[in-house]
Design a protein around this ligand. Structure first.
Ligand code: SF4
Ligand code: SF4
Ligand code: SF4
Length: 346
């Protein structure tokens, strides 16, 4: 363990921790845009600058490891002036269209601009403008809003292991892009969207569906597979308009393309809402009692005529453990056969 002083108060942290981790551990706020607990340090946004006794100039706390006896100051007039200038430089080339931005209300950059009271741009110069040409079906990329924090690149590489995007070009021309700037063609897990601290990456399906006002957030379990990731539905006018997941869930906020983007079926008019019974090759809508009665009658008939092993049942890996348990119990105990399996045994 390492003992250091942060703003005059003693803190004890594990060896190898960064100054930023030590400060946050002690409940001390340091702003940052590029740091994320799931990712290795990057030191790109320069907002987490702190003063360390004995060092000639401020250093980024996210890339500086703690050392025994270190004395850290996380806020001072100099530090606050530097942070404000860093933010002003970031915003000097940023389309301030919070009024219509999908991320407004949950944007870290917007929140920091508010915190540091930045209204006007005192820097002038070239601005980045990109042609919109990404035909991918899920992720809206507004690169003018990108602040080069690198979170998307790192989560795609370090967590998802896909490496679909990278920093391309150099200097002012640097941008986040795919190889040869092709349309994004990846797993579409949306992890990059979930960690983007601005509105540079959002969901195409979210566009103009609603932001915060009138939106209720409901925690639930993803219905797609037995992993059962915890998700949060954003609901407006009784319709799901967005799916997110929090870092403090068992799935650590990570989802796959189905959980994150395939939610429109819930209110699809094509969805089956009643059982269908097939008669003379055609399906007819039926009530549950009628359908379940027919199933029971047919299973009893087959069992009486050919024995229980003439019946086999397939369950689903999309069901919960409890549902699959109840299903196999029914097949073994009520029907009387061990011919029961599920769709995950591909
Ligand atoms: S990314 Fe954030 S700061 Fe930029 S326009 Fe959108 S809400 Fe505003
Ligand atoms: S959606 Fe997933 S796989 Fe695709 S770029 Fe983002 S993190 Fe990488
Ligand atoms: S797209 Fe978002 S996450 Fe990626 S570098 Fe830009 S601001 Fe950061």
């Amino acid at each position: 363990m390492v003992t250091l002083k942060i703003n005059g108060t003693e803190a004890v942290v594990a060896e190898g921790a960064t100054v930023l981790e030590a400060a946050r551990n002690a409940g001390i706020y340091i702003p940052s845009l590029c740091q994320h607990p799931k990712l290795t340090p990057f030191g790109g946004c320069r907002l987490c600058l702190v003063e360390i006794k004995g060092l000639p100039r401020p250093v980024t706390s996210c890339t500086t490891p703690v050392s025994e006896g270190m004395e850290v100051v996380t806020t001072s007039p100099t530090i606050e002036r530097l942070r404000k200038t860093v933010l002003e430089l970031i915003l000097s080339d940023h389309p301030n269209d919070c009024m219509v931005c999908e991320q407004a209300g949950t944007c870290t950059l917007q929140e920091l601009a508010y915190e540091y009271g930045i209204r006007e741009n005192r820097f002038e110069g070239e601005r980045r403008i990109y042609a919109k040409k990404d035909g991918n079906p899920f992720i809206e990329r507004e690169l003018e809003k990108c602040i080069m924090c690198g979170r998307c690149v790192k989560i795609c590489d370090e967590v998802q292991g896909v490496e679909a995007i990278e920093f391309g070009y150099r200097g002012f021309d640097t941008k986040i892009c795919t190889s040869f700037e092709d349309d994004l063609d990846c797993e579409f897990c949306g992890q990059c969207v979930s960690v983007c601290p601005t509105g540079a990456l959002t969901g195409k399906l979210w566009s103009k569906q609603g932001r915060k006002m009138g939106v209720k957030e409901v925690d639930s379990t993803c219905p797609y597979c037995g992993t059962g990731c915890t998700i949060t539905y954003h609901v407006k006018n009784n319709e799901i308009i967005r799916v997110t997941s929090n870092d403090d869930t068992p799935n650590e906020g990570l989802l796959c393309v189905k959980g994150r983007f395939a939610y429109k079926y819930v209110s699809s008019p094509d969805r089956l809402r009643t059982p269908l019974i097939k008669r003379d090759g055609l399906f007819f809508e039926a009530g549950w009692e009628e359908a379940l009665g027919l199933i029971a009658e047919r299973l009893q008939g087959i069992k009486a005529e050919h024995g229980p092993d003439a019946i086999a049942a397939l369950s689903s890996a999309r069901c919960t453990n409890e549902e699959n348990y109840a299903f196999q119990k029914f097949i073994r105990a009520a029907v009387g056969t061990n011919n029961v399996d599920h769709c995950a045994r591909l």
